[in-house]
Design a protein around this ligand. Structure first.
Ligand SMILES: C[S@@+](CC[C@H](N)C(=O)[O-])C[C@H]1O[C@@H](n2cnc3c(N)ncnc32)[C@H](O)[C@@H]1O
Length: 421
């Protein structure tokens, strides 16, 4: 680029116009930082999503070019304070103390939440520079679109709680974990293990803390509600219409959101069994819609033990990336005794693209996820060849039949068929 600022600015104008035309033509509200603003970009066709990706990349690039590398690095390296102020706000439930439709004073918030007013003021004024709360006149605090979501959305609040209370302290121990254990393939030798001083892998450790375990389950629900991780991609991206009266076992299916979505929208004759750890299963039973009780059952099952249900389809959605290779293979191997000729294994997980082949904003999400897996479980995101090696390596009768990535989805759908002939 001969004139990078001008070229990027032109790209920004062009793509912003495309998006603006889409928003006005469809009568959607304009994006804004107001407390009642839309909480997400609307569902849109491919060309609009492409324009959005270009706009995100160009606006990030122009910002970083204008800042310059020294200032960029200097302040980027102070990012821990962003997490720290967010964690404080989450912990002391500050968002819940601010009404959604009018402002309150720092004094009122401090009194209601029993926190020190001086600390509250300083921490909120830092968070405000990240658009978390607003001070329209000195001393008065109102919500922004971002802070309002902390109060409005239980699952997004839980996501923030999980990243603040689990991921943030664990990520500060990544160096210590690698100094001590190197590239360990054991989930209990992770940065999480060091941060929480435990010999257990995270999921086992969380079973001792039902509130944190529940918060993690809600984080999964929230993740599933984001465009890229939406369960609608799994629903629309596979021929569920063709599975007839099949039995589907969702292994590690959490509170059943994937099966509920598939059962509600497709596969009217299929039955589903959601397997997970006991407390998660109990929660799933409580929240299952009545209309689906005859078609969706919940079952406690540890996926490190042999599968007991002989089914037509096994779903591993967002499971194997949580585990190092050898352990992921163990999970797949545990399905084999229950599989019959033609049984299918559907892996709904990220397939890592080659570096620099995706828009930066999109690649960044898969790289964040890879860091998250490394930090918490010593696990990883995988490219396609590694997925095939993992599943067909667990049992050579598992053959890759199809791979697809629905438009807008971060996760791919890998279909393996058990061929026992
Ligand atoms: C990352 S979440 C994925 C949940 C769900 N499949 C989805 O797509 O949202 C991993 C799930 O595996 C469950 N889990 C962890 N260890 C397990 C085990 N040993 N046996 C069965 N489920 C387990 C967790 O409780 C959690 O619900």
């Amino acid at each position: 680029m001969a004139n990078p600022l001008i070229d990027l600015a032109a790209q920004i104008t062009d793509t912003a116009k495309v998006i603006n035309n889409f928003i006005t033509a469809n009568g959607y509200p304009q994006p804004s930082f107001d407390a009642d603003a839309p909480h997400a970009f609307p569902s849109a066709p491919k060309e609009i999503l492409d324009a959005r990706r270009q706009l995100l990349d160009a606006s990030q690039a122009i910002r970083e070019l204008v800042i310059g590398p020294a200032e960029y690095l200097r302040w980027f390296s102070c990012g821990s304070h962003d997490m720290s102020s967010l964690r404080w706000i989450y912990h002391f439930k500050i968002a819940e103390a601010v009404p959604l439709d009018h402002g309150v004073t720092f004094t009122q918030i401090a009194k209601e939440r029993s926190v020190d007013e001086d600390l509250l003021k300083r921490i909120l004024r830092h968070a405000m520079t990240n658009r978390i709360f607003h001070e329209p006149e000195p001393g008065l605090v109102t919500h922004t679109s971002v802070s309002a979501l902390l109060a409005r959305s239980k699952s997004l609040n839980d996501w923030v709680g999980y990243t603040c209370d689990e991921t943030y302290p664990a990520s500060a121990k990544l160096v210590e974990a690698h100094e001590k254990y190197g590239n360990s393939q054991k989930p209990n030798e992770s940065a999480y293990s060091i941060a929480f001083d435990t010999d257990e892998p995270m999921f086992a450790h969380l079973t001792k803390y039902p509130d944190r375990e529940q918060r993690f389950a809600n984080t999964m629900v929230e993740m599933t509600s984001t465009e890229g991780y939406g369960v609608h991609h799994l629903v629309g991206g596979y021929n569920w219409e063709d599975i007839g009266k099949s039995t589907v076992v969702d292994v590690g299916g959490s509170t059943g959101h994937a099966c509920i979505a598939i059962a509600e929208k497709k596969a009217p004759d299929a039955t589903f069994i959601v397997q997970d750890l006991s407390t998660v299963i109990e929660q799933g039973k409580k929240t299952l819609p009545h209309a689906l009780e005859s078609r969706i059952a919940f079952q406690e099952h540890d996926f490190f033990t042999p599968q007991k249900v002989s089914a037509d389809i096994y779903l591993l959605r967002f499971i194997l990336h949580d585990h190092p290779d050898a352990i992921s293979q163990e999970i797949v191997k545990n399905l084999i005794p229950a599989m019959k000729n033609g049984s299918r294994l559907i892996v709904n997980d990220g397939v890592l693209a080659e570096p620099n082949t995706l828009p930066t904003a999109e690649e960044r999400i898969s790289r964040i996820m890879d860091m998250e897996m490394m930090t918490t479980f010593n696990a990883r995101e995988r490219p396609l060849a590694d997925w095939v090696k993992l599943c067909s390596g667990a049992d050579s009768r598992l053959k890759l039949h199809s791979v697809s990535r629905p438009e807008g989805s971060v996760l791919s759908i890998l279909e393996f068929v058990f061929d026992d002939q």
